[in-house]
Design a protein around this ligand. Structure first.
Ligand code: CTP
Length: 402
């Protein structure tokens, strides 16, 4: 899965022969799962039609502040376009546009959008070799890089003039690879190992019966998915659930009982940077597991139960550099109970779901949580578990970088 999946890409196309390659580039972005909007300079339209790029990007293409052919023309808002994007890519970037970008000229929609964008800006120069070498062009590269813009260097090869040398725009596949590497290198959880427990655990009573609970594992699975997207190496220790993991970057280890979950966590804990215990672990198990199915002989049946391992508390005792995150599901004295667990299990923070909140807890796609630190409480709105997962990981990134 590409790191560019879901990214909003604003492509700026300027008037150079390499503009014809932007058709392939837009297709590559779409195939990678990105959203693409295109702004062209008027000169770029001589090299590739807006219709081609709007068909491929599935979005309207903009090239002027208003649409000249439409008498009800609307103002094409360069500020809105700039704010929409996760990053802007100017490809091909001609010497003329680069020089205007460096000097703050904004005499077309692309330049005004560039000036008002707040996102990272990449530029892929394309020009003839003597233009590429000219001190004035080199100066534009230098100034733009000092502004924080990122250059995707041109390649060496045959140029449209028939000459041979530096100035040929990087190939679309090369541009995509450059961007994917950039975003992989800069992911906030890159190089971090995260261990997550999810779902219920089952404790056998006899060969056909068990003690379990209603946990589906959704929260833990969403955290695992979000964490790999942010660059983490994720091991997900999952109790029995109907969920499947569609991201093969997640190392999924399936277990049934608390003891199996404990063993799986225990053997990985030393090398882990963050342990997130989202599983609803069975606290008790039968002292003996019947070898045969228990028959109903009497009016009542008593089972003697004994405590299972408290996985999180054990890791809390072993904690060295690791960050530990727990979950608490409470019905009364919520904050006080959660704070006690935070202390008792030696956690960095605890995520509290209240069963009193509609749409929170088990079997729902939404959750309403509070994140509780020893001295701070952060309350979040009711939102999809995908977003709750991101909120939790944002807190973890802050903890790791503190
Ligand atoms: N937990 C665990 N192992 C257990 C029990 C709980 O790792 N045997 C973890 C859960 O995954 C959760 C946190 O500990 O992150 C809190 O679990 P909870 O069952 O609410 O807390 P307990 O300490 O068991 O307290 P109580 O059941 O009395 O509320």
């Amino acid at each position: 899965m590409s790191v560019l999946k879901g990214k909003k890409v604003l492509m700026g196309v300027t008037g150079g022969i390499a503009a014809y390659k932007t058709a392939s580039l837009v297709r590559l972005f779409i195939r990678a799962g990105a959203q693409v909007r295109v702004v062209m300079t008027p000169a770029a339209k001589e090299f590739i039609t807006p219709l081609t790029l709007s068909t491929l990007s599935k979005n309207e293409v903009y090239s002027s502040f208003t649409d000249e052919e439409d008498e009800n023309a609307q103002w094409n808002n360069h500020v809105e376009l700039g704010l929409w994007a996760d990053f802007m890519l100017i490809a091909p970037a001609t010497a003329n546009t680069l020089s205007k970008m460096a000097s703050g000229n904004s005499d077309n929609l692309l330049l005004a959008t560039y000036l008002s964008s707040k996102c990272p800006v990449f530029f892929a120069p394309a020009m003839d070799l003597d233009m590429y070498k000219h001190p004035s062009t080199k100066n534009s590269f230098k100034i733009l890089q000092e502004y924080g813009n990122i250059m995707i260097p041109a390649g060496d090869g045959e140029l449209a003039s028939g000459l041979h040398g530096e100035g040929r725009m990087a190939e679309p596949e090369g541009i995509l690879k450059f961007l994917e590497e950039h975003y992989t290198e800069n992911l906030p959880l890159k190089g971090r190992k995260i261990l997550i427990t999810a779902g219920p655990t089952y404790e056998a009573i006899d060969p056909v019966r068990f003690i379990g609970n209603h946990s589906t594992g959704k929260m833990g699975y969403e955290i695992a998915r979000a964490a790999v997207k942010l660059g983490a190496e994720v091991s997900l220790i999952s109790g029995p659930t109907h969920l499947s993991m569609d991201d093969d970057r997640v190392d999924l280890i399936k277990v049934t009982s608390t003891h199996e979950m404990y063993e799986a966590v225990s053997s990985r804990f030393k090398d882990t940077d963050v342990f997130i215990a989202s599983a609803a672990v069975a606290d008790y198990k039968p002292v003996t597991v019947a070898g045969e199915k228990i028959k109903k002989d009497d009016q009542s049946l008593s089972l003697e139960l004994t405590r299972t391992e408290d996985i999180l508390a054990s890791m809390g005792e072993r904690k060295e550099h690791q960050k530990l995150i727990g979950f608490a599901l409470e019905t009364n004295n919520e904050v006080e109970n959660a704070r006690n667990k935070l202390k008792r299990k030696n956690l960095d923070f605890i995520v509290l779901n209240s069963l009193n909140d509609k749409g929170a807890g088990f079997k729902t796609d939404t959750n309403k949580v509070s994140i509780i630190y020893p001295n701070i409480i952060k309350d979040f709105e009711l939102k999809p578990k995908t977003e709750v997962a991101r909120d939790i990981l944002t807190e973890i990134i802050e903890l790791l970088n503190a």
